[in-house]
Design a protein around this ligand. Structure first.
Ligand code: C5P
Length: 302
């Protein structure tokens, strides 16, 4: 039986502007999204006897293995015969899209490894995949972050998260830090005091990481203040990251609590990850170059 291995990379919001609110309560966003080379790993065996999910790995504690798990709900929209095994390396309720990335990875695995798509050019395969997705049942209910996690490429995301445009961004060395406090996205949205902020400034051509960091200084994460009010540990994380030599920008991703530091110099980013790990062994810390590995999320069949 073929086994499909697929990675679910962490999603990082380099900038996240909240520009309004719809009548149904959902918030309108304008966000720059990239993916990090730190990821969950999913193994799928299909066909299988019904739908099943097992969860293991360093961040598995508290992750449900029933139909409330987005990975299983994504599978259910496409097939009723797959066994999924999830290696959870990303913290949950952390602002890095964990559950949505897992759901998107399941969709990529089931779609891209479908023999019906064999022999198609990548572009045609993507079109066929999107057409199948449009017909699949219940996938729109998986959440606003799933569509942006389908292609693991830099994007500018608008609407409530579903309206995404691929953009060219230079890779940027980074450190990611989570203080191990889960954060509820709806609670942070609710705690915000201003929801009609301006969108992102026009994206110029950015030749390198230093130019990207410069551009990002003119942007924000509009959820950061509200998240800090709910979880003061986020302010401590931002301060610790910002104090690292060579750190050009420290900011929260999504609704938190994961924060990132950006560096023009990869060696300094690695040194920062090591120093932070030494000073805070209880924090979740990862290092790597954001937006550099475009094929990180492609499924492999063995
Ligand atoms: O889409 P998802 O289920 O991940 O979002 C969780 C909750 O966060 C939503 O139920 C909604 O309350 C809030 N949300 C929002 N605006 C968005 C995305 C999420 O208000 N664009």
């Amino acid at each position: 039986m073929p086994r499909i291995k697929v990675r679910a990379p962490a999603k990082i919001n380099l900038a996240l502007h909240v520009t309004g609110q719809r009548d149904d309560g959902y918030h309108l966003l304008d966000s720059l999204v990239v993916f990090a080379p730190v990821h969950d790993v999913l193994y799928l065996v299909t066909p299988a006897n019904g739908l099943s999910l097992t969860v293991e790995g360093p961040e598995a504690a508290g992750v449900p293995a029933d139909m409330s798990n987005l990975a299983l709900r994504a599978a259910q929209g496409l097939t009723d015969a797959v066994a999924v095994s999830l290696e959870k390396n990303l913290p949950s309720a952390a602002g890095v899209g964990g559950g949505s990335a897992d759901a998107a990875a399941v969709i990529r695995a089931l779609m891209l490894c479908d023999p019906a798509f064999d022999g198609l050019e990548p572009r045609a395969r993507e079109t066929a995949m999107m057409a199948r997705l449009a017909q699949a049942k219940g996938l729109e209910a998986l959440g606003a972050d799933v569509p942006m996690c389908l292609p693991n490429v830099p994007q500018r995301v608008r609407g409530i998260g579903e309206d995404s445009e691929v953009v060219g961004l230079p890779p940027v060395p980074a450190v990611l830090v989570n203080p191990r406090v889960p954060v509820s996205t709806p609670k942070v949205f609710k705690a915000m005091t201003k929801r009609d902020n301006p969108g992102l400034p026009d994206l110029p051509k950015l030749p390198d990481a230093a130019a990207l960091i410069d551009y990002l200084h003119g942007t924000r994460n509009d959820m950061q203040e509200a998240a800090i009010a709910l979880e003061p540990a986020i302010a401590e994380v931002l301060e610790a990251i910002g104090a690292q030599p060579g750190c050009g920008l420290a900011r929260m991703s999504g609704s938190g609590a994961t924060c990132f530091g950006l560096f023009a110099d990869e060696t300094k980013a690695q040194a920062a990850a090591e120093a932070l790990h030494k000073a805070h062994p209880d924090w979740w810390i990862a290092g790597g170059v954001l937006g550099s590995q475009f094929n990180l999320g492609l499924p492999e069949v063995s």
